[in-house]
Design a protein around this ligand. Sequence first.
Ligand SMILES: [Zn+2]
Length: 508
Amino acid sequence: MSFEITERDLAGRAGVLLTRRGEVETPCLMPVINPVKNLIPARELKDNFGFKMIITNSYLILKHFGHEAPDVHQLVGYDGAIMTDSGAYQLLIYGGVETDPHEIVKFQERIGSDIGVILDTPTGGFASRTDAEKTVEETIRRARLSLEWREDPTMLWAGPIQGGRYLDLIRRSARTMGRLDFQTHPLGSPVQIMEGYDYSTLVDMIVAAKLSLPPDRPLHLFGAGHPMMLALAVALGCDLFDSAAYALFAKDDRYLTVRGTFRLDRLTELPCNCPVCSRYSQKDLLEMPKKEREENLARHNLYVTASEMKAIRQALKEGGLWELVEARSRAHPKLYEAYKRLGKYAKYLEENDPVIGKEVKGIFIYDKHSLARPEVMRHRKRVIENYSRPPGKEIGVFIPNPPERPYIKSKEYKYAAEILSGQEFHICFYGEPFGVVPSELSETFPLSQYECSEGIGMNVAKELKKFISANAYRKVFIIDPRSTMVIEGAKTLRSIDEIRGQLDEDSP
Ligand SMILES: [Zn+2]
């Protein structure tokens, strides 16, 4: 086993990928290195920026240095784990490569790559269905052959998942590739989809791949490296990333932040405290020779990316990934749309999110989209499907969530419990964000460890109705000072004091 999962939050995982150059902590982002001449010396990426693994292109090495190329670590000057790409990206962009699947597999073994990629046929973001289908089948064919050709058992191999934006093809591709002896799986084609900011489609693609892959295989979101979208991708279950963005954007005088990309000449401040931004002003950078500016911008872009990966790993470990995704989604309306798309996959997130073993941390509910988070979903589902009221408690009394928490320590509850002292009363709370909370459960996580902004637009009446009909009470009272909560089979009262009167009236 080369991958071990140590912690989870949502569908995100923290883990360790074991390579022959040591352990690599995931989620992990690999800066893309140009093997011929890189803007930033590769050894600095580990020593100064903390990147434990990098990715370079074996096809470019083969083209430039031929079969006499030295060991890839020696060539690029990096002693950590190195993944090599196969030229498939060049195949997608230029329509052809001067190598073949066999040659590039053997070449990657020979130059000592720690993780190799087979020469697959990328679907791309704009392929027709017929073409997409062909790329999936051809990639599978090449994958089977490539696994037969490999000889070095200590090297890891990546089996790309194709299918483009056709989700059924992604599922087919992931199912088949997942059965083959690969150690990681890159998801192809996101670059062109992200260029159009189509993050919602990206969410669909990631979930389609995840649901069809064995859970113990790391998923690599190929070509995705903008810091603003990394938290979302991790939350969905991506483990590996690569970034050429740091260098590409720098070349174009663009400055990366978690709030988006900015043109250097449009900034008046450098909103960052990395070594570059502490030393230079925006004006200094603009006045530098182009090459020097590009290098400094690339460094800043790397710092901000490394720092976001740290923030993500920290959030994941403390169970705060949802809040981070929610905050980052405000960087761009399309990213916010993708965040809202999580609602469609609430079940997927809930099933992957750990129920136990997670640090108990208060959850924040900002608006109705936060209701898709696993803690809320889980309670709402379980309180209907797996719960039955305590025996003998035949009269349901529903009171609005009191401000104090846990609810059963509130003065509202104490008062209700005092005047309804009979065995037959079952006191429950209702309101946002959990719908119905039976009093005997109100101390369990997260029912008293949350903060919710007011009026998030949950349909509380619907939750009450479901709960009441699932529990077959003899009588039901809903306490609602505004008398707006009207539900069939229940009596709505303005105050708890009216209950005794009601019961006296009913009994002869
Ligand atoms: Zn900076």
